[in-house]
Design a protein around this ligand. Sequence first.
Ligand code: H79
Length: 423
Amino acid sequence: MNNNQRMKWFTDSKFGLFIHWGLYALPAGQWLGKKVEYPAEWIMKNAKIPLAEYRKLVEQFNPIDFDAYVWMRKAKAYGVKYVCLTAKHHDGFALYDSDASDYSVMSTPFRRDIVRELAEACKAEGLIFCVYYSQMQDWEDANADGNDWDFDRKTKNFVKYFQTKVKPQVRELLTNYGDIGMIWFDTPYDMPKTLCQELADWVHQLQPDCLINGRIGYGIGDYRTMSDNNIPVLAFDEPWETPMTLNNNWGFSKVDFEWKSAKDVIRMLVSVVGKGGNLLLNMGPDALGNFPEKADEVFSQVGAWLKKNGESIYQTNIAPDLTYQTRWGGLTAGKDRLYLHILDGREVDDEVVIYDLELNIKKAYLLETGQVLETIHLYEPARDEFRLRVKVPNPLPDLLDTVIVLEHDGDPVVHSLESKFSE
Ligand code: H79
């Protein structure tokens, strides 16, 4: 497969589900009755919990409500196209059966290989299964990075950790669970480039089509991973992804109620997709194996919207950069189509106005119903200004985001400020 073919599922997908799950779901943001600085999956490090104490969570991990098929049916209804599970996060605990370490789910009362169950259910739902693996930090391992409260850092032998835990565990992930769409590394920090390359070669050797995210380091990955929770200002014409939380934590937290709304998520999705990227939005299941109710509700609303308006998101291209910020929402673009996303109904009244965009419109209509809309294209010579007005129903049919399709001939032409009145 050439590289474009390898990347295609990823660049077409646009929306993925990140799942952060592990021992940290038990303390859920609190230790010894006190709230610990977020994020919840960092609790061991943030509260400097001795390994001997944190390890006791292994005996308590028993998520009796966990049902991989329930999770993946939900994921499907959320409208995501891929799912990325934390097979091992920074705390070092593996959610799968590993010969390389018994610090895993198999040492808990639960004793079920969660990666196996999810890989199977994910594929059964037609979604791409991916794994997150923390390659540099491992707070259980004396030779890895991160734990400076249990271990003396001067004697650490990172290469030993890399050769005896990272590589064997990555091999297990890439050989025991069928096709893995992507392996998601994190926090490369000061890992030497030679080891990063060795890890990438290892992945390629085990599963040539498995993608590697940007946080393997040094630009070695298949695409760029943006900073956590950050959407770039401008479009970026190479594959990229922003990982994003739905509240202020990745792992489950009992003390975080600051959820984004469905409209917030759709607004971010439109912004990301219009700039050519993917949104990897997080879910932090609780210690019994349930998705938090509020997170499930928001994701479900987004999924219901995508079911009607998915054409404006999946398999789309970078949208033109307009001269002005839109007050009413944003743009995405398909082949010979622009999609106008009306997120702020207050700003449109009975028409959407786009300035300085010349577009040869063949047809304008509401995506959800097909209702044809009137368009008026005006040019005002004294201001050298184009105004494209699209009449819309009032009230708007979808208060979350009403999508208008503009089918057009030829390429859209944006009249930049620089171009005005220039000879
Ligand atoms: O898995 C999620 C995070 O746990 C992980 N990446 C996402 C996908 C991540 N690891 N490190 N970081 C994110 C950034 C580190 C932030 C820090 Fe801090 C700021 C470390 C120390 C100061 C946040 C605040 C964590 C501890 C205190």
